[in-house]
Structures are given as C-alpha cells and as structure tokens.
Design a binder for this molecule. Structure first.
Ligand code: GLN
Length: 193
C-alpha cells in the first residue's frame, strides 16, 4: 500500500517522515498521473488559498474529487482540512473556494491572533492510549457538520477539531509535527480497508 502526500506546498515532508517511521510507503503527488496506484492521499497543512490555487493550476481538482467519490481515503490536516470542506469562511466572513468533498463548514484562522499557535492534549474518540498532543498553528475549526460526519475530537471550549465522513478524515491540527504516530496509523488503516 502506498499513501500519496500532496507535495505542492506546506508540511508534506513531515508527513512522509511520520509514515516512514511506521513502515508505510509514500509517494509525493504534484501531478494527476502521480495519483495512480495510491490507496490514500494526505493534503497537508500550509496555506489553503495557495494549495487550492496550485491544485487548480496542476489539474488536480477534478481527479482528486473523482478519487474521493470513488471512496479513496483522504486526510486533510489544517489547511488540508479547509480544502476538503464543503464550505470555508475567511476570518472576515467571506467564503473561500474549496474542493467541497466533506460536508462541513470550517472557519479559517479561527482562534484569533493571541492564540495563533498553541498545544492541547486532545481526547480523540478513535484512538487508544490517552490524549493526543495536538499542535495548532493558525488553525481552522469546524463550525458545522453534516449528518454523515462523525465528530472525533473537540477542544475544552467545544470547538470541533477532528472529524470523519466515510473514508475522509479532517484534523485542525498538525499530527506530523509531534512524535505521536497514532493518527498516521489510523489513517493508514482507513486507506488499507
Ligand atoms: N491558516 C492557514 C490557512 O488558512 C492554515 C494554517 C496551517 O495549515 N497550519 O490556510
């Protein structure tokens, strides 16, 4: 099994290293042809407007949507979660264009300036072995989830920061920047099914 990691911008190397640590093969994806033969795709954190722009330029929007509808596993972290959503709002309330794959509305840079970056020990419903050390960097949170979306984690303030819908997974934070590979294993499990 090979997990593709979208390598247009942002924290893709860190995801590749995490998968390597747990013995999962990866492939960098920049062009539509590189989607062939993968069992799952990670859209990493970075800058969602840039990632969307580059996905359009490289002709990836259609093919990735097709794979998602064909039930391939896709995991969006932070900016990647924004890309996966069916609707994203900029901090000023204006909408942003997304891939529209997962039935949820997210708010960008949702935690305000004073807490641009922070860590939180999260209880994630699908993980065993105690709280997950989640790193948030100018992170979005999920404001609305559709009926087919299952919430996996919330912050103490109630903000939804992890969710799944079928074989789609979204996390507001950066699991690839911690030493904890449990979410990478969890996603590899989803992709292998
Ligand atoms: N603030 C970024 C965006 O809106 C996301 C930040 C991140 O991926 N760490 O796209």
């Amino acid at each position: 099994m090979i997990i593709g990691v979208l390598a247009l911008q942002g924290a893709f190397i860190e995801h590749i290293h995490m998968f390597e640590r747990i013995g999962v093969k990866t492939a960098e994806v920049r062009l539509p042809g590189q989607l062939e033969g993968i069992s799952g795709l990670v859209i990493p954190g970075g800058e969602s407007t840039t990632v969307m722009k580059l996905m359009h330029s490289y002709g990836l929007v259609g093919p990735v949507g097709k794979l998602a509808r064909g039930n391939m596993a896709i995991w969006g972290t932070c900016a990647g979660m924004i890309c996966l959503s069916s609707g994203a709002l900029n901090p000023d309330g204006t909408p942003m264009q997304t891939l529209g794959l997962m039935d949820m509305t997210v708010k960008r840079n949702a935690f305000g300036r004073q807490v641009d970056s922070f860590e939180s020990n999260l209880h994630i419903t699908v993980l065993q072995g105690g709280p997950f050390p989640a790193v948030f960097i100018r992170a979005p949170f999920i404001e609305r989830v559709g009926v087919s979306v299952e919430v996996l984690a919330k912050l103490p303030g109630g903000e939804i920061v992890a969710a799944t819908q079928g074989k789609l997974l979204a996390t507001s934070f950066h699991p690839e920047l911690t030493g904890d590979a449990r979410l990478h294993s969890y996603f590899a499990g989803m992709a292998g099914k």
